[in-house]
Design a protein. Structure first.
Length: 475
């Protein structure tokens, strides 16, 4: 994949260069100025970053006119959000790679609570932001990540089946006719295939049990030549080490020979929870997989090679062995987390734990993306939802590019287990990296004037401070 070299220019010059790059994909010169205003508004401090507050901050004297311009750009103008996302990857990927090698491809979904019923894709479904089933929209994303930074490379709204089959609502919301109903794992797998096709740097696929418990998703990742470390539910069935389904019965008569694997009453797989009970608590080892802002990240784990058993009686050959990793914290009476992983058989327990815990940056990044305005949109249609999301990702990517201008320090070069400690600007000592919670004073750098193309000063735009001192991770 072609990537752009980093620029030695000043911050405002880099921002203008970035805007010019994105502007090439807007297909119309009249869309460039609204894009500049929208991105600038997302980068400015403020509690609400929907169209009207952005218009008020950008041009307080002409709020109505600016609101109309921005609304048209987001909800009506026919520019390609996928083309913009390609430019974002082109510009921001070098900064991500400068900070470290890609370790994880994180698959996740994020919910946006909604009160009405007319916004595209809104339905009663599980919303992670609320921690319960409620009225919301849900989007599926793919993010390239390492310990210092991450970059969303795919983002798509999940369209529930009722929406997908309601052509009246689809037409009102502007859902393209090519969009059919797909489950979240199916959307995620399509995003993974697309990322491979454009040559993005590969990593271990991480996902929670909403994706990892889906056998077709795991099989699809394996077919693409990627390894995974994904969450599963405790009810997932497996064959313990050294065991597997029975071979097809030998044919005693003429006719078609049986080919499918089989089970009998005495030969059944066990659930992941049953296997943990068989191991016993004394089999779980204390493992430190990284150091967070409050000290060592430690828990108790046990792992064993198993064969996933889901509907293997419909197969002719047993599934390959892979790792089952279970976490049983010392303070808990039962195991709390379960993972399946296709890492190599020689992988150490600590390495297994480290890779299985690779999802943690996505929680932090979604909080920061939402601080950038990801959920603050005022549109109901398919196009507007994705246009606003692309602008939020574009703003976030520029911050990653600015962060990439600074070296993480010698300690990071010596150890791939390091994470950044962002200092200065009044940021709290308790880092968002460990908790997944965004800092309330995210825009903590001193702002200064940024020039507009017309020579008028642009409103101050704060950015992330430089990385000065990494935490050292215990390996």
């Amino acid at each position: 994949m072609k990537i752009l070299p980093s620029s030695p220019q000043t911050r405002d010059e880099r921002f203008d260069r970035y805007l010019a790059l994105l502007g090439k994909e807007l297909d119309h010169a009249d869309r460039i100025a609204p894009m500049q205003d929208y991105l600038t508004g997302l980068l400015l401090p403020g509690k609400r970053k929907s169209i009207e507050p952005i218009a008020a901050r950008i041009d307080p004297s002409h709020v109505c006119a600016r609101h109309q311009s921005l609304h048209h750009f987001i909800s009506v103008a026919a520019w390609s959000d996928q083309a913009i996302l390609r430019m974002i990857r082109l510009a921001a990927l070098p900064a991500l790679l400068k900070l470290g090698k890609v370790e994880s491809w994180i698959v996740d979904d994020t919910g946006f609570p909604k009160r009405g019923k007319f916004s595209v894709g809104v339905a009663r479904q599980y919303c992670g932001q609320l921690g319960k089933t409620d009225n919301c929209q849900v989007a599926v994303s793919l993010t390239l990540a390492h310990q210092l930074a991450s970059l969303p490379v795919a983002f798509e709204l999940f369209l529930p089946e009722k929406w997908a089959n309601d052509w009246g609502r689809r037409k009102k919301a502007g859902v393209p006719s090519t969009i059919r109903f797909r489950t979240k794992p199916e959307i995620a797998l399509e995003q993974i295939v697309a990322a491979i096709n454009v040559g993005l740097p590969r990593g271990i696929v991480n996902a929670d049990s909403a994706f990892g418990n889906n056998t077709a998703f795991r099989d699809g990742v394996t077919r693409q030549g990627l390894r995974y470390a994904v969450g599963i539910q405790e009810t997932t069935t497996v064959w313990p080490s050294g065991k597997g389904p029975l071979a097809p019965p030998a044919s005693k008569t003429r006719g078609r020979r049986a080919k499918l694997l089989r089970r009998d009453q005495m030969h059944q797989p066990v659930t992941a929870r049953q296997l943990a009970d068989q191991w016993g608590r004394e089999s779980f080892q204390s493992i430190v997989w990284r150091e967070g802002s409050r000290g060592e990240m430690r828990s108790h784990f046990c792992a064993e090679r198993v064969r996933p058993a889901h509907q293997d009686y419909l197969r002719e050959t047993p599934r390959p062995e892979e790792w089952l990793l279970i976490e049983w914290p010392e303070a808990q009476s039962v195991p709390t987390k379960y993972y399946l992983s296709t890492l190599k058989q020689q992988t150490s327990l600590r390495k297994l734990v480290y890779e299985a815990k690779g999802r943690w940056p996505i929680e932090r990044d979604y909080e920061e993306l939402k601080d950038m305005g990801l959920g603050h949109y005022e549109v109901r249609g398919w196009r507007g939802f994705h246009h606003h999301a692309m602008m939020s990702i574009a703003a976030y990517a520029f911050l990653i590019m600015e962060r990439g201008l600074f070296s993480p320090g010698r300690d990071h070069r010596q150890s791939r287990w390091a994470i950044a400690c962002v200092s200065g600007g009044g940021r709290s000592d308790i880092s968002a990296y460990a908790s997944g919670k965004a800092q309330s004073n995210f825009d903590c750098d001193n702002a200064y004037r940024i020039r507009r193309d017309d020579g008028q000063p642009r409103t101050p735009m704060p950015i992330l401070p430089k990385i000065e001192r990494p935490h050292v991770i215990i390996s």
